[in-house]
Design a protein around this ligand. Structure first.
Ligand SMILES: [Zn+2]
Length: 75
């Protein structure tokens, strides 16, 4: 899939699943959940439902809890 950015000036915003802060896509880390396990998608190329999280240790360290709370839904 080729992702060409034609609309210069527009920064796509995504919301961190932990702190709900909105930030530019490039400032957040994308991840997918496969079989209840977090798979980080650093290159933003994986297919499937992606989630976004801040690149701060504060938010990333809370991802584990976030997943456990939601695990039932993912199975
Ligand atoms: Zn966050």
């Amino acid at each position: 899939m080729v992702n060409k950015v034609s609309n210069v000036g527009h920064i796509p915003k995504r919301t961190c699943v932990i702190c709900k802060k909105k930030d530019a896509k490039s400032n957040l880390v994308r991840f997918l959940i496969k079989n209840g396990i977090i798979v980080f998608d650093y290159k933003h190329r994986m297919q499937g439902r992606g989630y976004y999280c801040c690149q701060t240790s504060n938010c990333i360290s809370k991802l584990d809890k976030w997943i456990k709370k939601r695990k039932k839904k993912f199975y």
